[in-house]
Write a protein that binds this ligand. Structure first.
Ligand code: NAD
Ligand code: DAU
Length: 356
């Protein structure tokens, strides 16, 4: 089992990163320090870690506002904290935004990853007791038809600016291992859901629109399929890879939980109605088919036998349990939601759904 003293987490103020930091403090025996390096873009929210800051701030948890596109800032953070592991979550993560404006995806996801790798190469030269874990996505593999699964050996075939930028970053990470012997591991996972997800992604968009009696925008015919993974299950997999994964290896992480979007939206209507005491049909009537996402990938499905067989990982949350927890979380965290519904958020929603 690998052990770490100081873990530098990039993008720790975002959805999965903030859940990962909470997971490390609350659900593992990790006793060291965590440094959260985040630029606080529209998707980064320090409020997601207010409890962690209050309990561990300045003793075991340290926040550094820095942009991974700025190599000098990353180096300073490295020099100050001397981390022995990096977990790289920071990215532009939303496919629709990448279609409207790919430039920031190229900068953050490709150049930002390159800067981090360069810093690690310099600072960790010759060390084998360190680890760079890269967080990536199943979207690098492209789109599936009715059958088949993405495995670790599936050829890359990214089809959106987002997935192309993530695919580039994956290749860079592997290249640094092969060329410079940087100790790396890599994971590609399916759609995460759970608390603290920014409401531009499908599940929080639907729950929050129901609460405001707004249309539930289903893209195209609603028959696209995603494999849904509860965020804590993703994070337990990442931690197991960090502790026990083979250096230089990639692991696929999935929920083994495929649903058509329209099925999921109907299910969310029912679960939300259970909590609010309203009639589910009231929410279902809000379902509104809108213009499809350009180049919309049809189906993602992960074959995660490798991580199960090699590391003994397994999902702990059923879909019903994870979704109910998520719905309840959004219903009882009004102040977090109000905090992010800034002018920027409203502008995005208007721009994204205009004309659909
Ligand atoms: P998110 O958009 O919620 O959070 C991204 C975080 O990165 C934010 O805190 C943001 O401030 C920070 N960030 C963005 N640009 C930065 C920069 N230039 N410098 C420093 N920080 C910056 O994303 P997420 O959904 O939590 O995804 C995290 C990672 O997981 C990403 O790499 C994403 O590609 C990957 N991933 C996400 C999913 C999913 O379903 N959400 C699935 C598979 C893989
Ligand atoms: O598969 C992993 C990927 O999952 C991650 O790499 C991405 O960072 C993450 O954003 C997610 O990408 P998707 O595009 O699959 O997620 P999104 O929540 O945007 O959309 C899920 C599905 O729902 C997709 O088929 C598009 C559809 N959709 C989405 C939104 C926001 C709708 O029908 N209506 C919506 O309003």
């Amino acid at each position: 089992m690998r052990q770490f003293t100081t873990i530098l987490i990039t993008g720790g103020a975002g959805f999965i990163g903030s859940n990962f930091i909470r997971y490390l403090f609350e659900k593992t025996d990790f006793k060291g320090n965590i440094v959260n390096l985040d630029a606080l873009t529209y998707a980064g929210n320090p409020a997601s870690l207010a409890d962690i800051q209050a309990r561990f701030g300045a003793t075991r948890y340290f926040f550094e506002k820095a942009d991974i596109c700025d190599a000098g800032s990353i180096e300073k953070v490295f020099q100050h904290y001397d981390p022995d592991a990096v977990v790289h979550f920071a990215a532009e993560s939303h496919v629709d935004r990448s279609i409207l404006g790919p430039g920031t995806f190229i900068n953050t996801n490709i150049l930002g990853t390159f800067n981090l790798l360069e810093t690690c190469r310099k600072m960790w030269e010759g060390r084998s007791d360190v680890l760079f874990h890269h967080i990536s996505t199943d979207e690098v593999y492209g789109s599936l038809g009715e059958s088949g699964y993405f495995s670790e050996t599936t050829a890359y075939d990214p089809r959106s600016p987002y997935s192309a930028s993530k695919a580039s970053s994956d290749h860079l990470v592997r290249a640094y291992h092969h060329t410079y012997s940087l100790p790396i591991t890599l994971s590609n996972c399916s759609n995460n859901y759970g608390p603290y997800q920014f409401p531009e992604k499908m599940i929080p968009v639907m729950i929050l629109n129901m609460l405001e009696d707004k249309p539930l925008p289903v893209y195209g015919d609603g028959k696209n399929i995603r494999d849904w993974l509860y965020v804590e299950d993703h994070n337990s997999a990442v931690w197991q890879i960090m502790c026990k994964g083979i250096v230089g290896s990639s692991y696929n992480i999935g929920g083994e939980n495929e649903w058509e979007n329209i099925h999921l939206v109907n299910k969310l209507c029912e679960l939300t109605a259970l909590q609010t005491g309203k009639d589910p049909d009231r929410y279902k009537k809000l379902i509104h088919y809108v213009k499809d996402r350009p180049g919309h990938d049809q189906r993602y499905a992960i074959d995660c036998r490798k991580i199960k067989e090699e590391l003994g990982w397994q999902q702990a949350f059923s879909f019903d349990e994870g979704l109910m927890h998520t719905v309840k979380w959004y219903l009882s965290n009004g102040s977090w939601i109000e905090g992010i519904k800034s002018g920027e958020y409203r502008r995005w929603m208007e721009q994204n759904y205009q004309g659909r």
